[in-house]
Design a protein around this ligand. Sequence first.
Ligand code: AFP
Length: 341
Amino acid sequence: MPLSRSISLTRFLIEEQRAHQHINADLRLLIEVVARACKTIAIAVGKGDLGGLLGEAGSGNVQGEAQQKLDVLSNEILLEANAWGGHLAGCASEEMDDPHPIPDVYPKGNYLLLFDPLDGSSNIDVNISVGTIFSVLHCPDGVTQPRAEHYCQPGAMQVAAGYTVYGPSTVLVLTLGHGTHVFTLDRELGSFVLTRRDVQIPAQTREFAINMSNQRHWEEPTQRYIADLLAGKDGPRGKDFNMRWVASMVADVHRILTRGGVFIYPWDRKDASKPGKLRLMYEANPMAFLVEQAGGKATTGRDRILEVMPTALHQRVPVFLGSRDEVDEATRYHRDFDAAK
Ligand code: AFP
């Protein structure tokens, strides 16, 4: 529910630390540092053409995708902000091939931070919402120079996750494993203010999000599921469905956290060697954690995303997440299809 009394992110974190054992001073610092970096990114994104930062950087990332200038800048902002606080053992970014070590001149902490610095960046030049997604894990005991394998922990091991959306307003959505909470950036004060505590995604929905242009590449159970949604009240689902697709996962997930829905990026045959488009560690896991903490569900179409055992830092995965009953329904189509094979 919307809040009337103003609670800053700092106050929220301190009160969480007092009330529960699930947050300590280092984790609190980590979240505050990430939030501060996101404010800097919000300023850069908000300048648009005036900042001279639109367009491609002329480089590619580990995924083989063209990097935007703001991808590169957002990555640098997050790396720099998190280097010196002493809260991290290391960090990993969707934009970098290998994990980034904390410089030796600074103390090290016990957390691993993973991030997609600017999700949906192909939308920047057309002034559509983009965002930052992050995930926090414990560094395994005794590891002082974390390598890729130390980051490869299932999403259920996350201690925190969140995203920001740089849209008409800048919002930060956060879970520390005890509910999902929304903070809105007060641009005059320069601080994030708690605006929704304990968000709950409606269990049922009449709205889905998928890139329909890939339809011919989908596998059979995805085809059947979407065909039944499109059939509306004359079909087996007996109700009409609406469709939305922003092509910025942060914006699509934020809509679902706000009013329900199901977000789908399934496996497809466009490039059958890839097990999906979205990245497990930087997109699927943090979003799955946030969605589950808001009463929703998140699967690969078959299995719970948070239980997928990662084998590589930049691994991809199919994603079905959002309203609980609808994700159950989509997952049932895939499981029934497998069982009938
Ligand atoms: P970019 O960061 O390259 O714009 O990709 C965004 C994204 O990873 C995710 O945010 C969207 O949901 C999805 O890709 C959109 O993919 P399509 O362009 O294939 O619809």
